[in-house]
Design a binder for this molecule. Structure first.
Ligand code: ATP
Length: 340
């Protein structure tokens, strides 16, 4: 799979304050990439750079190998964004959806194209004559999406497409996105606070925290669903029946994502009884990597099909002599985790 975007040493400042910092990020073509992160973590800022609406304060973004300073209008037009709270023209649904093609003087078979776009987002062709003011929140969001899909964009960026949207519309938006990926080979970036919805739709997951990237792989992300126990605490139930109870998590929602730094995970061979407590999990070592310039090894392990990473010192590794396939005990230092 080839890289569509390459970001190098990006920094974005507002009023002298750094709000985004990305050392390197490669985004592949024809993938749905989900961006997770709490309010103010920099998702919209990153989207404004990826859509070339804003220039980064520092660093470079290349698109298809072309540096952001040299991107032409045609390329920019192939990247479309549906912002948070998308704006509809005070006209009919037809006019809204046809607007982008008219701007591009591409008006052949306009009616068929508008109808096709409406169908793609699960709206009846009768909607074409409705005014912008006669739509529900979910329908408005789908009209805004249809207005972008009609352009068969190379990149579609959706900033919170499910905010304030009913469940049915959220499902129809998901189907439209999957169709766009398949039918038009569109690369799609999505942010959503509906973590469950986003987690199901995307091929790759990236999290942002206080303007920094934390990607699944370098940091461990434990996704929803969570169960709640009698005390109201979140419990992760793995598919093999193992349970991880998070103390003092009553205030967390069941679709939260837990971020666990590799440093906050201790591992040891399954026979090391001194490490065992009621939250100890049993995992299988998948692979062991040497980290350059570090006195540590990165151990990738799986808990019933979910992969995590932990670090182990070389001395400890010598003692434990772990190999791929070995069973290990895993303890997560829950006081050091973050929630998004
Ligand atoms: N135009 C602007 N001027 C000044 N500060 C800004 C501007 N746009 C965003 N910020 C600040 O940059 C930071 C990142 O904001 P951003 O909107 O990118 O976050 P976000 O992850 O998209 O948040 P949300 O989930 O609430 O949409 C925030 O602290 C925000 O206040």
């Amino acid at each position: 799979m080839s890289n569509l975007y390459e970001l190098n040493y990006i920094e974005q400042y507002y009023d002298g304050k750094k709000v985004l910092s990305v050392d390197t990020l490669y985004l592949e073509e024809n993938q749905i990439i989900g961006f997770f992160g709490p309010n103010g973590s920099g998702k919209s800022t990153l989207f404004s750079l990826l859509s070339f609406i804003c220039k980064p304060t520092k660093g470079e973004i290349s698109f298809n190998g072309i540096c952001n300073k040299k991107i032409d209008l045609e390329t920019k037009q192939s990247i479309v964004i549906v912002p948070q709270n998308p704006y509809l023209l005070k006209r009919t649904v037809f006019d809204n959806i046809a607007y982008g093609l008219k701007l591009r003087n591409d008006t052949d078979n306009l009616k068929e194209k508008v109808y096709e776009a409406l169908e793609l987002v699960g709206l009846d062709t009768n909607f074409a004559n409705r005014k912008w003011s006669q739509l529900s929140g979910g329908e408005s969001q789908r009209v805004a999406l249809a207005a972008r899909l009609i352009l068969k964009p190379k990149v579609l960026i959706l900033d919170e497409p499910t905010a304030g949207v009913d469940t049915n519309s959220a499902q129809l938006i998901k189907e439209a996105i999957l169709t766009a990926k398949q039918k038009y080979n569109t690369t799609i970036f999505i942010s959503s606070h509906d973590h469950n919805w986003l987690n199901h739709i995307c091929d790759r997951r990236i999290a942002l925290f206080q303007g920094n990237l934390v990607e699944n792989g370098s940091v461990n992300l434990l996704f929803a669903p969570w169960e709640k126990n009698k005390e109201g605490n979140l419990v992760k139930v793995f598919s093999d029946g193992q349970r991880l109870t998070i103390a003092n998590s009553e205030s967390k929602k069941r679709d939260s994502v837990m971020m666990i730094n590799t440093e906050h995970i201790d591992i040891c061979r399954k026979d090391c009884d001194e490490m065992q407590n009621e939250n100890t999990l049993v995992a299988t070592v998948c692979s062991i990597y040497q980290q350059t310039n570090e006195n540590h090894l990165l151990v990738e392990f799986s808990i019933s099909g979910m992969n995590f990473n932990s670090k182990i010192t070389r001395e400890e590794m010598k003692k434990q002599a772990l190999l791929p396939g070995d069973k290990i005990f895993v303890n997560i230092n829950l006081s050091g985790v973050c929630w998004i």
